[in-house]
Design a protein around this ligand. Sequence first.
Ligand code: CAA
Length: 285
Amino acid sequence: MAKQIRTVGVIGLGTMGAGIVEVFARGGLTVIGVESTEEFADRGRGILTRSMDRAVSRGKLDEAGRQEILDRITVTTEMGDLAPADLVVEAVPEVLELKHEVFGRLDGIVAEDAVLASNTSSLSITAIAAPTKHPERVIGVHFFNPAPVMQLVEVIHTLRTDQAVTDAVRDLVTGLGKRPVVVGDRAGFVANYLLFGYLNSALTMVEHGHVSREDLDTAMRVGAGLPMGPLTLMDLVGLDVCHHIGDVIYGHSRSPLHAPSSMLERMVVSGRLGRKSGRGFYSYE
Ligand code: CAA
């Protein structure tokens, strides 16, 4: 198990998936990105090219380098095109049934020694691995948003994950210039478990009228040296994603620290999802 990883498949080309494709391609790997429809495939291509264009306009990449990176990437709507992949990273929406459908099909597509990974931010890797015949090759690789910028990658092993798979993925992540941490399979893993207690406390303060949104964010940005305050961060991650992660963590911890915020729920139901919908705690229109 765990041969050298040269070709990587990424399933789901939303914000996280497209960012992960970029990270692998920049790292010199051949990348096959898969989306369910041509429309979503186009959206994924758009995210990728905009990110590359931004790097060129900031002088971080020249035209030839941009083209070289894009030439390593193929985007397709056929899962069967993943056959040559040494590693497949799933980044489809956080719905266990969807993840099961993907993992159930992968066994019949990739080689027996290919590694199957999920970029889930909170669901159990053990549960996601259930439909595969080879749970020993299943692992979590949790990138942070925005994936091309954030250094941390949580490498999540289950009780069944082969140690050689964990080692190979950790080495791969290091080779991409990222900082891996190896963690066990529990709701929210390490970073989100701790982060979401903090984000939830921020929500409670705003909900109780303790502080304005702007002053809360300023307090943490200026006073604690964070790149952005908690409400701006939730707008970046997506309030629907935050709501989902919070629910999963609370389902396991039952800690009042993670108790669902009714304000967050109301915002999600009314379509205020953060940057991606143009409005969350702040307006981006
Ligand atoms: N995609 C690609 N690159 C991006 C980007 C994006 N979405 N956003 C910013 N960048 C790049 C810029 O191009 C720039 O690159 P260079 O330095 O090479 O020129 C760099 O990031 C800095 O960007 P800006 O100057 O525009 O803005 P900034 O300095 O305010 O940084 C930020 C933006 C990187 C997002 C920074 O504010 C930050 O680090 N915020 C905190 C993000 C964070 O905590 N993420 C974790 C969220 S939790 C999570 O992801 C877990 C989960 O499961 C939900």
